[in-house]
Design a protein around this ligand. Sequence first.
Ligand code: FES
Length: 114
Amino acid sequence: MAKNRVICTTNEIDYLSIRKAMSSGARTKEELVELAGVCTECEGCKSELDGILSSVCGCKGVSLEAVVNAVKNGADTVDKVGEVTGAGTGVNEETGEPCGKCKILIQNIIDLGR
Ligand code: FES
């Protein structure tokens, strides 16, 4: 699981703030400007936003595209998305506890269908 760090150095927006905005529906850079306050112009934004936006579950390496496809193919709960893609089924390597940090984002993708 990625540790928190500043991504947008211009506006000092960190990784977790960006993930939170995604969990509230942001799927594009323009929506991240609105919901997280990133600038999209600094080196951090240019080099990292696309990768962050395209990933849902860091533990299992599951992309947004894979989750959206699973939802379009009928996975209508977080558990069903996990069965199909593996997203949300990661385990914290240090504690051995289930991770599940991406489950709020998965639910948002189910809710919005995108
Ligand atoms: S990010 Fe850990 S289970 Fe998805």
